[in-house]
Design a protein around this ligand. Structure first.
Ligand code: AFD
Ligand code: MN
Ligand code: MN
Length: 417
């Protein structure tokens, strides 16, 4: 390793210790090391258009099938020891015809993943693709609704029997014009289908499910109305699933300026199971690679305070995944950058001195509290902590460097023409 890298880490840690103390730095390194994030298979898949929804030219080397998806994410996990789970979309990866899912294909994909040192993660029924023009659970065609309920039942079976019991539901249901469909009818159809789905899940499968998370989205593909546009709607629908029903927060799915950490605090305080799809948005649901900005640090502060990351009781922990992909960028470097950003952000959140902050709060020293909060979450470079966390696992401190030096990108671009 370049001598200066060691120097950067050592000097960086010394500076951080001077500010926050040895104990806090050790705690931050330990938490950073432990944090795992799921990589959805579509992040490396050539077939996913991703942010901006503009298809067309893309960087080369995209995985063409589930075997190559397993190879790519398996390589990422070798470099980072942080991505053991792979999210799976049923009709993208577990289907011959893009209309129905196939349990036997799921078995094959599980094996492919495990042959590459990783595991099947969250299962997402695919409520878009052909046949969803009038919606999925809110379609006016009973046959369409039935098909999507069957697929969701298959998703529950796969999640329970082959994976980690996590079922994540994103419904693209919505409309483009007022009057196109009855808004209340779409919500009622959504409720009816969720109820029918859950009634038909066998008890044994229910017992093996960990969470069923409902993802909300401000808009898209429908630009006038989205049937599940906010966390309140997602929460109301998740109640139909009982205690395992919860809410999935995708960072790109909010109005500009939304106080997302307030939503996180509410979900935690109300004891609602939760999960994340991490990305960065500039305009809307852009699915850009994650940035270690103030928002993300504040979110991790709430997650750690709410004990939903490192809880000894695994069922209390939220589900953490990326959900990004822009065709113009190289996929694996984009993911490695996101992992770095997430780890930097956790480290910041762990560095907060709760006693000192609490003191300012109790004294009603508003600026004192704000300065204390910003010291860790806004002004601190936790890069040395992340590098040290990799080094302690016998890994190169900068996985992105290893990736570029490995020749893997050239190899996949040549092989996967
Ligand atoms: C799209 C949706 C949503 C969903 C993802 C995978 O906006 O974020 O989680 O596709 O289905 O990005
Ligand atoms: Mn998402
Ligand atoms: Mn999205």
């Amino acid at each position: 390793m370049a001598h200066n890298l060691n120097k950067i880490i050592t000097k960086g840690l010394d500076s951080l210790k001077a500010t926050f103390g040895e104990e806090s730095i050790e705690k931050a390194i330990a938490h950073t090391k432990r944090f795992m994030v799921e990589i959805p298979g579509w992040q490396v898949w050539e077939g996913f258009g991703g942010g901006g929804r503009f298809e067309g030219e893309t960087t080369g080397g995209g995985a063409r099938n589930t075997e190559e998806i397993a190879q790519d994410i398996g390589f990422i996990h070798q470099l980072t020891k942080s991505t053991p789970d792979v999210g799976i979309h049923i009709l993208w990866f577990l289907s011959k015809d893009g209309i129905t899912g196939d349990f036997e294909i799921a078995r094959k994909v599980k094996e492919e993943l495990e042959n590459n040192g990783i595991r099947m993660g969250s299962i997402s029924p695919t409520y878009f693709l052909s046949g969803s023009e009038d919606g999925s659970f809110t379609s006016q065609q009973p046959a369409a609704r039935k098909r999507y309920i069957e697929q969701t039942l298959l998703g529950a079976k796969i999640a329970a029997e082959l994976s980690n019991g996590l079922l994540t539901l994103w419904f693209p249901d919505g409309t483009n014009y007022p009057g196109q469909r009855e808004l209340q009818q779409k919500i009622e159809l959504m409720m009816d289908c969720i109820t029918e789905f859950w009634e038909r899940v066998p008890e044994d499968t229910k017992s093996k499910l960990n969470k069923v998370l409902f993802e909300y989205k401000l808009f898209e593909p429908g630009t006038y109305s989205t049937t599940i546009p906010d966390w309140g709607t997602a929460r109301e629908l998740s109640r139909l699933i009982g205690e395992k029903g919860g809410v999935l927060v995708d960072l790109g799915h909010h109005h500009h300026g939304t106080n997302i950490e307030q939503i996180v605090a509410a979900l935690i305080s109300f004891g609602i199971p939760g999960g994340f799809h991490f990305n960065t948005r500039y305009a809307a649901d852009d699915d850009h690679s994650v940035q270690a900005d103030y928002l993300l640090a504040k979110i991790f502060y709430e997650l750690i305070k709410g004990d939903v990351i490192y809880n000894e009781n695994p069922s209390k922990n939220w589900a953490y995944a990326l959900d990004q992909m822009v065709r113009a960028e190289q996929r694996i470097p984009s993911i490695l950058k996101s992992i770095d950003a997430l780890k930097r952000s956790i480290a910041k959140a762990v560095l907060i001195d709760g006693i000192s902050l609490g003191g300012y709060q109790e004294k009603k020293d508003i600026i004192g509290a704000s300065v204390e909060f910003e010291k860790a979450l806004l002004h601190t470079d936790t890069g040395p902590i992340v590098m040290e966390s990799y080094r302690r696992q016998g890994l190169h401190p900068v996985p992105l460097t290893v990736y570029h030096e490995s020749g893997y990108q050239t190899k996949i671009e040549q092989e996967r023409r």
